[in-house]
Design a protein around this ligand. Structure first.
Ligand SMILES: CCC/C=C/C=C/C(=O)SCCNC(=O)CCNC(=O)[C@H](O)C(C)(C)COP(=O)(O)OP(=O)(O)OC[C@H]1O[C@@H](n2cnc3c(N)ncnc32)[C@H](O)[C@@H]1OP(=O)(O)O
Length: 247
């Protein structure tokens, strides 16, 4: 139930470079997706940085926070799409994690909580930066982050935090894997280019996004995948029938 902070960077760095991997599904074991940061670790490790004076202690604290931020930023930077499947509680760092993913699914019993204000801190590893870009309503984001109230599955769907709600975990995992199969069956040049450009455009003006896109596709449009996909489309075949080279 605790976050796998240190393994996450290692894992997603490998996934980003692994041509055999085209899509990722993140799910949690048990009834609870995640209880967020381990509060015992937090008390003993995170909140006790070393340093001979305030400047050095603060510097080390900054490094610790940056390391935690990287835990989730590595997911967003990974060019392979990441589908996350949430059951039960998704608390604190869990919201940081899921907002760095590309597609969020949950079960009917799922709930989400930006818990940090309840433990005396401003959320510092991504929720405050990414949640406003996921949920359209700034007022709702502010309410959730300032009050730490729980948001249940139906509201999460209505607000756009998740795109689909499943009756139970089994159905959700089946749905997540089916979706992953749809993504993995398409051109990795197209899929990874789409993820990278969606994230770039989220953080830039339309003009900047278009400029980046033109530069991206001036090389990527020269892929053999376009001709293969277009030919399959003309023949009314699914892109999943095509064998695409690894990327
Ligand atoms: C630079 C740092 C950046 C990172 C910041 C991250 C911040 C955060 O993540 S803030 C959020 C922290 N998490 C919490 O406050 C979660 C609190 N826990 C819960 O709300 C519930 O435990 C939960 C809904 C997850 C599960 O409820 P359930 O009724 O199923 O189980 P419990 O009986 O409550 O818990 C079972 C045992 O687990 C221990 N536990 C739960 N959460 C944590 C946690 N986050 N850290 C450490 N331990 C946790 C709980 O104390 C129980 O232990 P025991 O009594 O020994 O059985």
């Amino acid at each position: 139930q605790t976050l796998l902070e240190h393994k996450m960077v290692e894992c997603f760095t490998q996934i980003a470079e692994d041509p055999d991997c085209r899509v990722v599904v993140v799910s949690g074991a048990g009834d609870v997706f995640t209880a967020g940061i381990d509060l015992m670790d937090m008390a003993s490790e995170v909140l006790q940085p070393e340093g001979d004076d305030m400047a050095r202690t603060s510097w080390n604290m900054r490094r610790i926070i940056a390391k935690y931020q990287e835990t989730f930023s590595v997911i967003e930077r990974c060019p392979k799409p990441v589908v996350v499947a949430v059951q039960g509680a998704c608390v604190g760092g869990g919201v940081d994690l899921i907002t760095a993913c590309d597609i969020r699914l949950c079960t009917q019993d799922a709930w989400f909580q930006v818990k940090e204000v309840d433990i005396g801190l401003a959320a510092d590893v991504g929720t405050l930066q990414r949640l406003p870009k996921v949920i359209g309503s700034r007022s709702l984001v502010n309410e959730l982050a300032l009050t730490a109230r729980k948001m249940y599955a139906d509201e999460a769907k209505e607000s756009g935090l998740v795109s689909r709600v499943f009756p139970d975990k089994e159905a959700m995992l089946a749905g997540a894997l089916e979706m992953a199969g749809e993504i993995a069956g398409r051109s990795p040049v197209a899929v990874q280019g789409t993820k990278v450009n969606l994230i770039y455009s989220r953080d830039h003006s339309v003009a900047e996004g278009l400029n980046y896109m033109a530069t991206w596709n001036m090389s990527m449009l020269q892929t053999e995948d376009v001709m293969k996909s277009a030919a399959a489309s003309m023949e009314k075949k699914s892109p999943k029938t095509i064998t695409f080279s690894k990327l």
